[in-house]
Design a protein around this ligand. Structure first.
Ligand SMILES: *Cc1c(COP(=O)(O)O)cnc(C)c1O
Length: 216
């Protein structure tokens, strides 16, 4: 698999769903990948990337942002309150907003920094105890709370349980977005982005299908 293959598959999934590929933001998830693989994708002209950890991203992206114009970075992994400042400086979007304390910290730092990343509220659609995200039945109240802080909530995000059909989770997330008037739907990874597109995804997060398997 490679970037052109993924782009072609996105186009086919959009055709089937009666959507336009222009509606889909492809986030190339570069976490843990060897630098030369990421540089190849940058050289091919792709500019939208996702990382899971602030510290890892701090170690490599400032230099790439210098070298390649127009890089857009998305934080996909859990964010600790003490990492909010570097996250606001480095990232254009945060997909893992899931608690009020974190939202308040982002609001404070964004005010000082004079910029705020786009925010996606992570929803734990499978109600898994180990997983980050707000519970589905708490999502509406949490989204209201974050909006009351004047934060730019663009959408919702989910990571379905590994052992369940993702479609039910994508459909649930789409419902939550619709009833809250949110346009952004961050859902779909290497194994299931076609289904996510069929169910309305606007941001798909694809790692291994673009870069190859991650060393772990
Ligand atoms: C790693 C990761 C991805 C990409 O996963 P692949 O299966 O490699 O496409 C997407 N979203 C999140 C939140 C991730 O942590």
């Amino acid at each position: 698999m490679s970037l052109p293959d993924i782009t072609a598959r996105i186009t086919r999934a959009c055709d089937r769903a009666g959507r336009s590929p222009a509606e889909i933001t492809l986030i190339a998830v570069s976490k843990v990948q060897p630098h030369e693989r990421v540089e190849a994708v940058l050289a091919a002209g792709h500019r939208i990337f996702g990382e899971n950890r602030v510290q890892e991203a701090q170690g490599k992206w400032p230099a790439w942002k210098e070298a390649y114009r127009g890089v857009e970075l998305h934080l996909l992994g859990p964010l600790q309150s003490n990492k909010v400042r570097p996250a606001v400086d480095l990232f254009d979007a945060i997909h893992s907003l899931d608690r009020a304390k974190l939202a308040r910290r982002i609001a404070d730092v964004a005010q000082e920094a004079g910029r705020c990343p786009d925010l996606f509220v992570q929803v734990n659609t499978g109600d898994e105890t180990q997983k980050a995200g707000v519970a589905p039945d708490e999502a509406d109240a949490f989204i209201r709370e974050v909006r009351a802080m004047d934060l730019p909530v663009k959408g919702v995000m989910c990571i379905p349980p590994v052992d369940e059909a993702p479609s039910l989770h994508f459909a649930l997330l789409a419902k939550i977005a619709a009833r809250n008037g949110l346009a952004g739907l961050s859902m779909g990874m290497s194994a299931d982005f076609g289904e996510a597109i069929a169910l309305g995804a606007t941001h798909i997060r694809v790692g291994s299908a673009i870069f190859g398997p991650r060393a772990s």
